[in-house]
Design a protein around this ligand. Structure first.
Ligand code: NAP
Length: 346
């Protein structure tokens, strides 16, 4: 009997997850019922939000149950279909989970054109993270030419597109990233005007000094991907009536708040005295904008005017380790797992 491989949540982590949080299993190959499609996963996306799904607390989405397959988006080939509109050989993007194969409802799938761009880009620059950057910049922050923006996790999946789009829209772009290599990439390849290393000695105070020097007229927009000491450093540099597009807070995942603490009154005072507008957003509320996003960004990716970068882990069994590294900045660009053969050859 044919089998599939999957990675399940073995135990809920207390604080930081570790290899013991995951278990690899074999299971019988599922069969698609009416309206369902059987998929073979090619690329699996690893994303910071998956850390939240490992906790019991309900957030904007239900947690993954202990013993259940870890959730995740993937690019996959259709092997069998019981749904109109999908046929064997089609390539789709959808919720495959951390699994070699999956049966998924047809309405959760979007067909992609293998000739349009490398398949993996449907999970990165032309997928959920890319849409997040585009929505955050234009629809949440309302970025305008001549303004100064700080983008944290500037070389990551979201941040690298936010930085490039901000440059294209005529903003002064200050990236924040971990380490000299990422900062050099942000300036030389993504076109940031400056990039500051949040891991450099001196903590939030030194980072804030450096942001002040790189943005002598202050910061109009903060594209917030991390929280922690980067937020602490940026807040005092915000101009009156500045805007914060609150996208993520990875520095405070896994109870890491103790390492990079900030008191609520200090944050609140800064929002008040600077008259800041802070807007949290979730990309899931904006998927109706995907066609408009792709209409602008896909041609720029094809022409090479927008660049992207990937960290690729080989084989499904490498997913837990790659995910744990992602949470600590071990990825450089969009973190992917190559689960199966890519028929488009990338
Ligand atoms: N609101 C939404 O709908 C939405 C959608 C997608 C993503 N997000 C959020 O956006 C953020 C970026 O996601 P992504 O998929 O593009 O991931 P990513 O940036 O490709 O990878 C995460 C990066 O976070 C940085 N990081 C980790 N710990 C940090 C710390 N303590 N301080 C500062 N930076 C730290 C690391 O970069 P460095 O090495 O540069 O530190 C790491 O590479 C995440 O917070 C994620 O949850 C939100």
């Amino acid at each position: 009997m044919p089998e599939m491989t999957r990675i399940v949540l073995a135990a809920r982590p207390e604080g930081a997850p570790g290899p013991e949080s995951f278990r690899i299993e074999q299971a019988p190959m599922p069969e698609p019922g009416p309206g369902m499609v059987l998929l073979r996963t090619i690329w699996l996306s690893l994303d910071p939000y998956m850390r939240g799904r490992m906790d019991a607390a309900k957030s904007y989405a239900a947690p993954v149950e202990v013993g259940a397959t870890m959730e995740g988006g993937g690019v996959a080939e259709v092997l069998a279909s019981q749904a109109p509109g999908f046929a064997p050989g089609d390539v789709v993007v959808g919720p495959t989970g951390w699994a070699s194969h999956a049966v998924v409802p047809a309405e959760a799938l979007r067909r992609i054109d293998p000739a349009a761009a490398p398949l993996s880009t449907a999970l990165g620059v032309l997928g959920m993270p890319g849409l997040t950057a585009w929505v955050g910049l234009d629809h949440i922050a309302g970025a305008k030419a001549g303004e100064t923006i700080v983008v944290s996790a500037a070389t990551g999946a979201v941040g690298s597109l936010a930085s490039q789009l901000a440059r294209r829209r005529g903003l002064r772009v200050i990236g924040v990233a971990g380490g000299a290599e990422k900062c050099a990439y942000a300036v030389e390849t993504l076109g940031c005007d400056a990039c500051l290393d949040h891991r450099a000695p001196g903590g939030a105070a030194a980072l804030s000094e450096a942001i002040g020097a790189a943005a002598p007229d202050g910061v109009d927009i903060y594209f917030e991907n991390v929280g922690g000491r980067t937020l602490e450093a940026v807040l005092p540099r915000m101009n009156l009536h500045g805007r914060i597009a609150l996208c993520g807070m990875i520095a405070w995942f896994s109870g890491k708040g103790a390492a990079e603490p900030m008191t609520l009154p200090a944050v609140w005072r800064m929002i008040l005295t600077r008259r800041l507008r802070v807007q949290g957003f979730l990309v899931f509320d904006h998927f109706d904008r995907l066609p408009a996003f792709l209409a602008e960004v896909a041609p720029l990716v094809r022409s090479g005017e927008i660049v992207w970068r990937e960290s690729v882990a080989e084989g499904l069994e490498a997913a837990p380790g790659a995910f744990l590294r992602l949470l600590d900045g071990g990825n450089f660009g969009k973190q992917l797992v190559r689960v199966g053969h890519d028929p488009a050859g990338t």
